[in-house]
Design a protein around this ligand. Structure first.
Ligand code: SF4
Length: 545
C-alpha cells in the first residue's frame, strides 16, 4: 500500500477544513485584485475570533477584489514546511501567500508578531521592507497591538492601519488598485497610502514621525459584524458571533483595549434583527462585546434570538483584560460564569479604575442562572500600588466565593503589564523575583481553600510581552534574531536591548515610541487619570493610618 506524502496529507487537511465550513453568503469569486488575510494563529483559534471574520468579510466583498485566508500552520505542518522550504498556502486556493497583491496581517496581540514573521520566513518573503525588491504583495498590518505601537514591526510592514478597518480599508484598496493598475512604482503607492488618515507608512513617515497620525474608528452604524463562515473545527464550533457593541463604557486605567476602542458604540436591536434573521435556525449564537451586559437592549436581543430559534448567549464571560478583551477564543464553555475582579481589595480596585464592589461579584454568583455549572475568577497580579494586604484580600475574596457557592471555582492569575495608551503606561512592572514569590504565595494560599483549579501566568512570557508592546525598532531586530532559533535573552541582548527597562517607572516627560500617534485623547487625559489613581492611593493610605 502506498504511503501518502506529507504534502498530500496537508493538502487533504486543507480541503477537509474547507468542506467543514458553512457560509451565510458567498465571497466575491472573481476580482482583478487578489488580497489575503493572514492571521498568525492556528485555524481553530482564528475561526473563533470576530476581528478576523470582520476583516475577511470587508476584503472579500469589496468590488473587484477577491480575498483568501491563511493561518499559522499547526506544529507538524510548520516543521515540515520549514524543512521542505514550502510556503504557507492560502486555505481557499492552495497558493503561496506570497502570490497575492495585498497581504493583510491581523495582529490583535503582540504575541502575534513573532508567528507573523515565521509565516513570512516560510513563504520566502524578505523581512525588511526596505530590502523587498518585489513590488507585490504589499504588506499591511492591522490589529490592536500595532494600533497601540507599530514601531517594533515598522521594519517589516509597508503600512499600518491605526485604528479600525471599516473607515480605512476601502481607501487603501482604492489607492493600491488604481496606482497598481497604472503600473506606478511601489514608492508612489506608499506615498499615496501615507496621505490617508489613519495610515502609518514607515518608508514615508520614518521611525519617529514629525506629525501625528490619527486613529480612525467606525461609526455606530457600521459596527455589528456577524461571522459569515462557521466551522466545527473552530474553538467556537458551529457558532455565529455577532458584535452588539464595540469599545467599553468603563474606563479601567490599566486596560489598553478600553482606551483604544473608544468611543463606546452600541448597535441597536432593531438593526441587528435583520442580521439575526439570516442565521439558520437551531444554531448557536454568541452576542459579543467587551462588556455585553452593558448593552441597553440585551433583553430584547435575547428575545429576538429565541424568536428565531437560536441558542444565544453573551460573551460576558470573555476575559476582560487588555490582552484578551478582543479575544473571543477565550470564551469558555457556556456553563462557566467568569468574573474579572482583577483584585480582592475594593480600595485597590478604585485605584486602578475598576469601580466594582466585592458585593457586586457575590451577587452575580448568587443570581447566576441554573445553566451555570462552574465559576472562574480572573485576577491580575502586580497592578500599581498593590501591597501585601491587597494580596491577602485576593485570597479572602476568593475564599468568600467558595463559601457562597457549591459550584466548582477555578482561579486564573495574570500579571499586570504597563501597556501603551493607558494611565499606567509610565508605571513599572513588578520584577521577576517579586512576582514569582507573590504568585507562589497566592497559589499556596488557594490550596487551603476550596478552589479546584489554579492557572498561573508564566512571569517570563509576560515579561517578553511587555518588552514587545513597549518596544522600539530594536524589538523588531530582536524578533529577527529570535528567528535564528536563539533564546529571548540572546535575541534582546544582540539587539542591544536592556530587558530590565520595564521594571523602572518612567518620568512622564520620557519620550515613548508610540507618542507620535493621536488616539483621539491626549497624554493629558492619561496623566490626569494617573493623578486620579495617585489620589485614590493616598486616600486609602490615609484611611489605613
Ligand atoms: S478591563 Fe474590562 S471593563 Fe475595564 S475597560 Fe477593559 S474591557 Fe472594560
Amino acid at each position: 500500500m502506498s504511503r501518502k506524502s506529507a504534502g498530500a496529507k496537508y493538502d487533504e487537511r486543507r480541503c477537509q477544513l474547507l468542506e467543514a465550513e458553512r457560509r451565510l453568503s458567498s465571497p466575491n469569486s472573481v476580482g482583478v485584485f487578489e488580497t489575503l488575510v493572514a492571521f498568525p494563529r492556528e485555524y481553530t483559534q482564528a475561526m473563533g475570533h470576530l476581528a478576523f471574520h470582520r476583516l475577511y468579510k470587508q476584503l472579500s466583498t469589496w468590488p473587484d477584489t477577491v480575498c483568501a485566508r491563511a493561518f499559522l500552520p499547526e506544529k507538524d505542518e510548520y516543521n515540515w514546511r520549514k524543512r521542505q522550504h514550502k510556503p504557507v498556502e492560502a486555505l481557499d486556493t492552495g497558493k503561496s501567500i506570497k502570490d497575492s497583491d495585498l497581504l493583510v496581517f491581523l495582529m490583535p496581540s503582540e504575541t502575534d508578531w513573532f508567528p507573523a514573521l515565521q509565516m513570512m520566513e516560510l513563504s520566502d518573503i524578505t523581512f525588511r521592507n526596505n530590502q523587498r525588491e518585489h513590488k507585490w504583495p504589499i504588506l499591511l498590518a492591522t490589529g490592536l497591538s500595532v494600533t497601540a505601537n507599530p514601531i517594533p514591526m515598522s521594519l517589516f510592514f509597508d503600512a499600518f492601519i491605526i485604528g479600525e478597518t471599516e473607515p480605512t480599508l476601502g481607501p487603501v484598496l482604492d489607492i493600491i488598485k488604481s496606482l497598481g493598475s497604472r503600473r506606478r512604482p511601489k514608492s508612489e503607492i506608499l506615498a499615496g497610502l501615507a496621505m490617508l488618515p489613519g495610515l502609518y507608512v514607515p518608508a514615508v513617515h520614518g521611525a519617529s514621525p514629525q506629525y501625528s497620525i490619527m486613529r480612525q474608528w467606525a461609526s455606530s452604524e457600521s459596527i455589528g459584524a456577524l461571522t459569515n463562515t462557521i466551522s466545527a473545527q473552530s474553538t467556537l464550533p458551529d457558532t455565529y458571533i455577532l458584535e452588539i457593541a464595540r469599545g467599553c463604557p468603563y474606563n479601567c486605567r490599566f486596560c489598553m483595549a478600553g482606551y483604544l476602542l473608544l468611543p463606546y458604540r452600541e448597535q441597536r436591536a432593531e438593526d441587528l434583527e435583520v442580521k439575526i434573521g439570516k442565521i439558520p435556525e437551531n444554531t448557536s449564537l454568541v452576542y459579543a462585546a467587551c462588556t455585553p451586559d452593558s448593552h441597553d437592549e440585551l433583553d430584547q436581543l435575547m428575545s429576538i434570538a429565541e424568536k428565531n430559534h437560536l441558542k444565544a448567549r453573551v460573551s460576558s464571560h470573555m476575559k476582560e483584560s487588555p490582552e484578551l478583551a478582543e479575544e473571543l477564543q477565550s470564551i469558555l464553555d457556556a456553563d462557566t460564569l467568569v468574573l474579572v475582579p482583577e483584585t480582592g481589595s475594593e480600595s485597590l480596585r478604585k485605584v486602578i479604575g475598576k469601580f466594582r464592589t466585592n458585593e457586586y461579584y457575590f451577587q452575580k454568583i448568587k443570581n447566576a442562572p441554573a445553566s451555570v455549572k462552574k465559576i472562574q475568577i480572573c485576577i491580575q497580579l502586580g497592578v500599581p500600588f498593590e501591597n501585601d494586604a491587597d494580596r491577602v484580600a485576593i485570597v479572602d475574596f476568593v475564599k468568600t466565593i467558595t463559601e457562597i457557592t457549591k459550584l466548582p471555582v477555578s482561579v486564573r492569575i495574570d500579571q499586570f503589564i504597563p501597556r501603551p495608551w493607558t494611565a499606567f503606561q509610565w508605571a513599572a512592572m513588578a520584577n521577576l523575583r517579586e512576582v514569582r514569590e507573590h504568585l507562589a504565595q497566592l497559589k499556596e494560599s488557594f490550596k487551603k481553600t476550596k478552589v479546584q483549579e489554579i492557572t498561573g501566568f508564566d512571569p517570563r512570557a509576560t515579561l517578553i510581552q511587555a518588552l514587545l508592546i513597549r518596544g522600539n525598532q530594536s524589538v523588531g531586530k530582536a524578533l529577527e534574531i529570535k528567528l535564528e532559533g536563539v533564546g529571548w535573552n540572546t535575541a534582546f541582548d544582540r539587539a542591544g536591548l536592556d530587558m530590565n527597562t520595564v521594571f523602572v517607572e518612567k518620568d512622564q516627560d520620557t519620550k515613548l515610541p508610540w507618542e507620535f500617534l493621536n488616539m483621539g485623547f491626549g497624554y493629558t487625559r492619561l496623566a490626569r487619570e494617573y493623578q486620579m489613581a495617585l489620589a485614590a492611593e493616598e486616600e486609602r493610605n490615609a484611611e489605613t493610618e
